[in-house]
Design a protein around this ligand. Structure first.
Ligand SMILES: Nc1ncnc2c1ncn2[C@@H]1O[C@H](COP(=O)(O)OP(=O)(O)OP(=O)(O)O)[C@@H](O)[C@H]1O
Ligand SMILES: [Mg+2]
Length: 292
């Protein structure tokens, strides 16, 4: 194996040109997209994917043109939630067409390409190297996806991010200042503490932090049509960004997400109304100038 001392120039890979070419393809590919919104959290399992999909659906119901890029390549949830697990990727006019949900949302998710019994692996000579280069390759892959699919004219492209504050910051760096961030927490002190760190980490980047959503803010009991407490305490760190709303936990919603089937009459439930309020707040905020 060559070390970098042995390589003269770029070893013939045209690496700098390749990166520049990819950048141009990404910029051109996203030229028709009005807003890039990334949904992230330092904490895993708090509902980033669920909220991304349901906010996208609430916005699509208002007539907005929406697509989702599931950037959690090794933990993709959108394919299953959006019901595009068996979607076919077909050539469009110039690039690859996005699989679409029944309500017209374009979705890219690794879950449409790789079965759940397999993990995405980046090939390399040794396993150790594969880990060393993982982040670089992950972002090269993200660039390929952004540059290869037909995003077209969109009001909003939503990114469903993998968990972790450092990953969130890496995505901010890769996507550039055009991307705004929505963070997700649940009302536990542990989660708020972790998400407060994500806010601190992101505040060093030029990206706009729109606000946070408190997911699982209570438990929606369908039998009694009431919201019950889910967490004993609702204290914790001050997140210092606006709260976009509180979305209760609805077991029926979880089971429909698992099956990739839209929950009937969601908009008539407290969970649906909360999602709709968050969607409205998102639109209102995107339409105002960044305070930074
Ligand atoms: N408000 C909610 N009502 C019902 N179920 C929910 C709600 N929010 C999340 N869930 C369920 O909780 C589980 C975790 O949610 P989800 O996968 O969206 O979290 P995540 O933050 O994206 O996780 P990861 O960090 O692994 O990407 C899923 O099974 C999802 O269906
Ligand atoms: Mg997720």
């Amino acid at each position: 194996m060559k070390s970098y001392h042995d390589i003269v120039g770029d070893g013939g890979s045209r690496i700098l040109e390749q990166v520049a070419e990819q950048r141009t393809r990404v910029t051109d590919g996203l030229a028709g997209v009005r807003h890039l919104v990334a949904v992230g959290s330092g904490k895993g399992g708090v509902g980033k994917s669920t909220l991304t999909f349901h906010l996208a659906s609430a916005l699509a119901a208002r007539g907005l043109r929406i697509a989702i890029l599931d950037a959690d390549f090794n933990g993709p949830s959108q394919a299953r939630m959006a019901g595009v697990q068996r979607a076919l990727f077909v050539p469009g006019s110039h690039k690859v067409a996005l699989p679409r949900t029944r309500n017209g949302i374009g979705v890219f998710s690794m879950g449409s390409l790789i079965p759940e019994s397999e993990a995405l692996d980046f090939e390399s000579t040794t396993r150790g190297e594969s880990q060393t280069w993982r982040a670089t390759r992950e972002f090269a892959l993200l660039g390929e996806i952004l540059g290869s699919f037909e995003w077209g004219e969109l009001d909003l492209l939503m990114f469903d991010l993998p968990p972790g504050a450092e990953r969130t910051v890496q995505y901010a760096e890769f996507l550039g200042p055009r991307a705004s961030f929505l963070l997700v927490t649940i009302p536990s002190e542990v989660s708020r503490g972790v998400v407060a760190r994500s806010v601190a980490a992101l505040s060093k980047s030029p990206n706009r932090m729109l606000g946070y959503i408190e997911n699982m803010s209570g438990y929606y009991c369908r039998d009694c049509d009431a919201i019950k407490p889910l967490f004993a305490s609702s204290g914790g760190a001050d997140l210092e960004i606006p709260c976009f709303g509180a979305v209760p936990f609805d077991p029926e919603l979880a089971s429909h997400c698992d099956r990739g089937i839209p929950l009937p009459a969601l908009s008539e439930t407290p969970v649906g109304r909360a999602l709709d309020q968050v969607a409205q707040r998102l639109l209102d905020t995107l339409d105002t100038e960044s305070p930074r």
